[in-house]
Design a protein around this ligand. Structure first.
Ligand code: MG
Length: 252
């Protein structure tokens, strides 16, 4: 199923896409109602209302190499390197995100994202995917200069609208072998595959839920492949994940 969150005539709904029709649901993971709208007549929103967004850094070896972040002796990380984005970072499909005045090096990081289905604590790898409602595309916007100059990544990763998400949640998907692509103004800049993650999704969920409860609707973004780079005002960024679709973000 393709699940959307959308606005129509001032009201926000969850919906299920059936070709050109969107059936309104009773809520997040809710039942279908008799009400439906044409897909072209609704405004898509980020398909999650998380209490937090858990982000995996340094999860593809080629990206670690390009950032010069290898450990001593070229070691890969032994544990997932995590950080948080708050819900203020969410941005909708097709939204224009303003290039902040306090950075001169805003970077794109295209990623596979997932939405949690139910409260998750001390999850085991073997059944971790039972806690995943579905998958979406994420753009982990990063002020690369401030990531280095600030004490924490709070501003560099956590500014308003620094986590565009969408265009929908795909609930039927095997997340282990998906191509993750980022295009800027139509030119392919990132083209990786989730099979090259250092820590796969079950490993990340087992690790996180040992110390942090994930709630229904929380989002996890799983790290970016190599090819990250700077953006300019006026750019059009597309994050495409195989089997999901294309998330478009405009930089203003
Ligand atoms: Mg990232």
């Amino acid at each position: 199923m393709r699940i959307v969150r959308f606005e129509k005539e001032g009201h926000i709904h969850w919906g299920e896409i059936d070709q050109q029709l969107v059936h309104v649901l009773t809520g997040f993971m809710g039942e279908k109602t008799a009400v439906g709208f044409d897909l072209t007549e609704i405004q898509l929103l980020a398909p999650a209302t998380p209490s937090k967004i858990v982000c995996v850094g340094r999860n593809y070896a080629d990206h670690i190499k390009e950032m010069g972040n290898m450990g001593p002796g070229g070691d890969l990380p032994k544990e997932p390197g995590l950080f948080l984005k708050a819900p203020n970072t969410l941005a909708n499909p097709e939204q224009t995100v303003l290039y902040p005045s306090w950075t001169e090096n805003l970077h794109f990081e295209g990623e596979l994202g997932l939405v949690i289905a139910r409260r998750a604590q001390n999850v085991k790898k073997e059944n971790a995917l039972d806690y995943v409602y579905g998958y979406t595309c994420a753009l982990d916007l990063t002020a690369r200069d401030r990531q280095k100059s600030d004490l924490q990544w709070f501003r560099a990763k956590g500014a308003d609208h620094f986590c565009p998400l969408g265009p929908w949640i795909e609930t039927e998907l095997d997340p282990f072998h998906l191509q993750v692509m980022t295009r800027v103004n139509g030119e392919t800049r990132q083209n990786g595959n989730t099979e090259n993650m250092i820590f796969d999704i079950p490993t990340v969920l087992e690790y996180v839920t040992q110390f942090m409860t994930l709630e229904a609707g929380d989002v996890v973004i799983t790290g970016t492949p190599d090819g990250v780079g700077p953006l300019n005002r006026g750019d059009r960024v597309e994050v495409e994940v195989e089997g999901i679709g294309v998330l478009v973000t405009h930089i203003g």
